[in-house]
Design a binder for this molecule. Structure first.
Ligand SMILES: [Zn+2]
Length: 213
C-alpha cells in the first residue's frame, strides 16, 4: 500500500540515496552522465504522435532506479526524476510546446495495489513547475493487462490494443498534448494512447519518457 512517509523522506540523492541537499550528489551526477541523452525528435513518421523526447538510455543504474521506482514502493523517487527533467533546458523547451500534460494511466486496481502511478507523480511535478495543465480526467485504462515488461515484442503489440478509453474529450480539444510515460521500448503504449487522444481533435501530440530502451 501507499506509504505516505515515503513522500516525506529527508532530502537524499536520488541515485545513491545518501543524505544530500540536492536531488543528486556530485558523485552520482558524474556517474549517470553516460546514460543521459536528452534527445528530442521532431517530425516523427508512422506514429500517432508528432514529437518524441527522452532523457536516459534504459540501462545500468538508471534501469535499476526506474525498476525500484515502479515496483518497490519508492514513490519518493519522483523527485529525482522530475528534477532531472526540469534542470534540462532542452527538455524544458520541448515541454513548453504543449498546453496539457497527460501521464499514461494505469488500471485503478493496479494503482490501488501499488499505491501510486509513477508517471502521474512526475507529470504532476512538471505541471506545477512549468505551469502546464495536468489532465487526469481524459485518458483511462480500461483493462488490467499484463505489464509490457513481461512480454515479447509481438505480444506487446496486442497487449496495448483497446485497453485505453477517452472521456471528457472537450477538455483537450484543439490543445497541444504531451503524453508522459516512464519507459519507451517499442512505443506501443504511447502510440496507442496517442491514437485514442487523436479522437478528441487535438492539435499536436508529443511524447516524453524518462528512458528509452
Ligand atoms: Zn549520490
Amino acid at each position: 500500500m501507499f506509504n505516505f512517509l515515503n513522500l516525506c523522506y529527508p532530502n537524499v540523492c536520488g541515485v545513491c540515496e545518501k543524505i544530500c541537499n540536492e536531488y543528486i550528489c556530485n558523485k552520482c551526477r558524474a556517474k549517470i552522465k553516460q546514460y543521459k541523452k536528452s534527445d528530442v525528435n521532431e517530425y516523427i513518421n508512422n506514429k500517432n504522435f508528432n514529437m518524441y523526447a527522452y532523457i536516459f538510455i534504459y540501462d545500468g543504474i538508471i534501469r535499476k532506479k526506474i525498476i525500484k521506482y515502479k515496483f518497490l514502493n519508492s514513490p519518493y523517487l519522483y523527485k529525482f526524476f522530475s528534477n532531472i527533467i526540469l534542470d534540462d533546458l532542452k527538455l524544458v523547451d520541448y515541454i513548453k510546446n504543449f498546453d496539457i500534460i497527460i501521464p499514461v494511466p494505469i488500471h485503478k486496481k493496479r494503482k490501488k495495489k501499488r499505491g501510486y502511478n509513477q508517471s502521474e507523480l512526475i507529470a504532476k511535478e512538471i505541471s506545477k513547475k512549468l505551469k502546464i495543465q495536468l489532465q487526469l480526467n481524459v485518458l483511462y485504462k480500461n483493462v488490467n493487462n499484463s505489464p509490457q515488461s513481461t512480454l515479447n515484442q509481438e505480444q506487446r503489440k496486442y497487449n496495448t490494443k483497446d485497453v485505453y478509453i477517452l472521456k471528457n474529450k472537450e477538455l483537450i480539444k484543439n490543445k497541444n498534448i504531451l503524453i508522459f510515460d516512464d519507459i519507451y521500448t517499442t512505443g506501443n503504449t504511447v502510440n496507442e494512447c496517442s491514437k485514442i487522444i487523436r479522437n478528441a481533435q487535438v492539435n499536436n501530440i508529443g511524447v516524453l519518457t524518462i528512458a528509452k530502451d
